[in-house]
Design a binder for this molecule. Structure first.
Ligand code: NAD
Length: 358
């Protein structure tokens, strides 16, 4: 792998390799684009099989964060970090504090947050070494777990897509299948149930599915059967790349709108395959941007949940409609339309004239 060739291709600004012998820390911080503001993106901890795999992941994810913040209309750039370690055995206070020291050296060019296999508690350790960390505990003056706000944004993106597809605003009686009842999936089910939607859910964690069955009357199906379910809206809230050449032909829905990142295995071909089947796809990184909106507000000193929920609702609902307008007008997929809107905003920020003031 030629790092500089890769950076040129993906348009990255900087990659930082962090090593600390005492704690065994091996981390990579990717900074994709800081035209709109400081790079922000979570820190995930995974036992990557190779260093190349870790680099590929951090580059892909940091680029994704630039697009997410750009389309969410907030002034943040894109970054991400990965720690190469086994989360089951290697997570320690020392490891996160060592990571925090590296984040501190960037002096605010990169802000970290929780992500896959890292928690609010882990970020509290990072916070001991740097102030450039977000999504910290409410008790420490942060905005806490962003998942409910993410779910609220997904809910409004889903509503916009349903409205666009059917002309109907309300979700009463609409059948929504949800894959993954985790932090976001559970909250989304709650909002959907409150609007009268009928839920079909799956998760290998049976305690999670039993809970939504009991609380919201959800119908539970096996994880392998979720793509074959007759429904109106399919909402992927578990993993990435679940919309692919094997699953898209099976879908029996009108709309796909969910929280998971990178749902399309192939941005172009899988986006087109959905369009050809007449399934309206609400771009994942747009409708799941509620969490980053909340974190952005936290950076600006606003930690009130209602404020972020309100902002996520307005932004995501409005922009989802804007994306569909552009998609129809330019005859491109919604995902490509979202990419264009995000790129236009990054270019706009780069081109704003600097005015000298004495
Ligand atoms: P989570 O880990 O709390 O929940 C994921 C759930 O999916 C778990 O219950 C897990 O058992 C289940 N799952 C895993 N594989 C599955 C499969 N094959 N079939 C069915 N269920 C499966 O994660 P989360 O915080 O709820 O996030 C869900 C998705 O949304 C992730 O892709 C995440 O990257 C994305 N996302 C989350 C946030 C946030 O604020 N938490 C923000 C933006 C995007």
């Amino acid at each position: 792998m030629s790092i500089f060739k890769t950076l040129e291709k993906t348009d990255h600004e900087e990659v930082i390799f962090c090593h600390d012998k005492a704690t065994g820390l091996k981390a990579i911080i990717g900074i994709h684009n800081t035209k709109l503001g400081p790079a922000l993106g979570g820190c995930r901890i995974l036992p990557y099989a190779t260093e190349e795999e870790a680099i590929t992941d951090v580059l892909r994810l940091s680029r994704g964060m630039s697009y997410k913040s750009a389309i969410a209309g907030i002034n943040l750039g894109g970054g991400k970090s990965v720690i190469i370690a086994d989360p089951k055995t290697q997570k320690t206070e020392a490891l996160f504090r060592a990571f925090g020291k590296f984040v501190e050296t960037l002096k605010g060019r990169y802000y970290t947050a929780e992500d896959v296999n890292t928690s609010v508690e882990d970020m509290d350790f990072v916070r001991m070494e740097t102030k450039y960390v977000t999504g910290i505990d409410k008790a420490l003056g942060g905005s806490g777990d962003p998942s409910p706000i993410t779910a609220w944004g997904v809910f409004w993106g889903l509503k916009a897509a349903w409205e666009r597809k059917t002309g109907r605003k309300e979700l009463e009686g609409v059948r929504v299948s949800v894959q993954g009842i985790g932090h976001v999936g559970y909250c989304l089910c709650k909002f959907l149930h409150e609007e009268g939607a009928k839920l079909i859910v799956c998760d290998m964690n049976t305690a999670a599915t039993e809970r939504v069955k009991e609380e919201f009357g959800a119908h539970v199906v096996h994880v392998n059967d979720i793509y074959d379910v007759e429904c109106d809206i399919y909402s992927p809230c578990a993993l990435g790349a679940t919309l692919n050449e094997l699953t898209i032909p099976k879908l029996k829905c009108k709309v796909v709108a969910g929280a998971a990142n990178n749902q399309l295995k192939e941005e172009v071909s899988d986006g087109s395959a959905l369009q050809e089947r007449g399934i309206l796809y609400a771009p994942d990184y747009l409708i799941n941007s509620g969490g980053v909106i909340s974190v952005y507000n936290e950076l600006n000193g606003i930690t009130a949940t209602e404020y972020s929920m309100n902002m996520a609702q307005r932004r995501i609902y409005g922009t989802t409609h804007r994306v569909f307008d552009k998609s129809e007008k330019e005859n491109i997929t919604p995902h490509m339309a979202a990419n264009k809107i995000a790129e236009e905003r990054m270019t706009m920020a780069a081109n704003i004239q600097t005015i000298y003031t004495a």
